[in-house]
Design a binder for this molecule. Sequence first.
Ligand SMILES: Cc1cc2nc3c(=O)[nH]c(=O)nc-3n(C[C@H](O)[C@H](O)[C@H](O)COP(=O)(O)OP(=O)(O)OC[C@H]3O[C@@H](n4cnc5c(N)ncnc54)[C@H](O)[C@@H]3O)c2cc1C
Length: 404
Amino acid sequence: MNRTEKTDILVAGGGVAGLTAAAAFAAAGFDVICVDPAPPATTEITATSDLRSTAFLMPAIRLLEDAGLWQALKSGAAPLRVMRIADAGGTEAEIRDTADFSATELGLDTFGWNLPNRLLRAEMTAHLLRLPNADLRTGVAVDHVTPRSREAVVRLSDGAWIRASLVIAADGRDSAVRQGAGISARRWGYGQKALVLSVSHPRPHNDTSTEIHRTGGPFTLVPLPDHDGTPCSALVWMDTGPEIVRLAAQDDDAFTAALNARSCGVLGRLEPIGPRRAWPIITQVASRLDAARTALVAEAAHVVPPIGAQGLNMSLHDIATLRDLCVTARDSGQDIGSSDLLHRYHRTRRPDILARVTGIDILNRAAMQESRALRDLRLAGLRALYGAGPLRRAVMKLGLGVSG
Ligand SMILES: Cc1cc2nc3c(=O)[nH]c(=O)nc-3n(C[C@H](O)[C@H](O)[C@H](O)COP(=O)(O)OP(=O)(O)OC[C@H]3O[C@@H](n4cnc5c(N)ncnc54)[C@H](O)[C@@H]3O)c2cc1C
């Protein structure tokens, strides 16, 4: 029989959320083991690379700073100073109105920063490997969690056994830890997919993210750092599932033509860089965020369409909330995996998660409109919203998770 090891926290999942959780809890002084069945992350683009980028809004940046990650990440990040929404819902595929939100309106220098996921995972992995109290194990999955009164006993796929005070489930939307704990999740789709790729363009993005609405879903260009002096952006192109499958399969010339027709020329001629990858668009919410000795975070707990850069930013709220509760418990000699603490975590995060899931669901349905009349209504709503100062600022603050 394999030896049983002991740790404060076992993180199931080494995606961006799991790696951030491992770094945040290690920085707070806990012993952490993080396991993931995938091979170690590299910056190379391979068949299994995560081609998405993540726009981190300012509260999330503060967590990355606390976790000791931001210094290494910042050099690969592009600032987001303006969020531009453009409506191209008229008869012709051309921009008929735009509205700009500027970070300076909220007294901020930037809304946040955008980074390619594969860079994030590689930097976070390198950081964890340097920490004496963090142990990252790739190629290994959590097989089974048995909660006991004082700890959880976790069996890993390599036969190792770990005793942990707390298990953090960051093992993604199909979380085996969530299912093993008997927590149900409600999932619904929209008949949509997202095509994700990077593009270069002749005009600078000027730190502006541009979201173009027509039908089927938004087409969003998010700034990336320049590549060899050429401006670049990450593209998330949402449309009906069959349309995205068709676009993903097109040859390069046909795809580049379709891409440029849909972008309405906002940054000049777009040239794809590297491969394209399609992602299903769903919403999913777990019925609870806690089970015995277990806390769910990130996509194990909630999945939303990629609108308003909310997905991982909500996840980092989960991690910061759980870390703060655990630090307070430890500093007063309490158990960091007690059911009281975990209920409090559930009660603290649940209302914010439900409000954001509902808001993003409504925005996504509005963005999908095929009917001309509804597209005009969307435009009228957009104009009303962006014209009204207090409402506009309230929505911007909600997007940023800024309180007060
Ligand atoms: C197209 C697109 C664009 C997006 N853009 C943004 C954005 O700009 N801003 C934002 O905030 N969010 C964005 N999101 C959302 C964001 O990408 C996700 O929320 C985030 O990447 C998910 O992170 P995660 O770590 O929870 O899940 P995952 O990345 O799915 O990671 C889960 C990990 O768990 C591992 N795992 C699975 N089973 C086990 C097991 N049994 N034991 C241990 N490990 C296991 C997997 O190998 C995987 O590495 C976007 C999403 C999409 C689809």
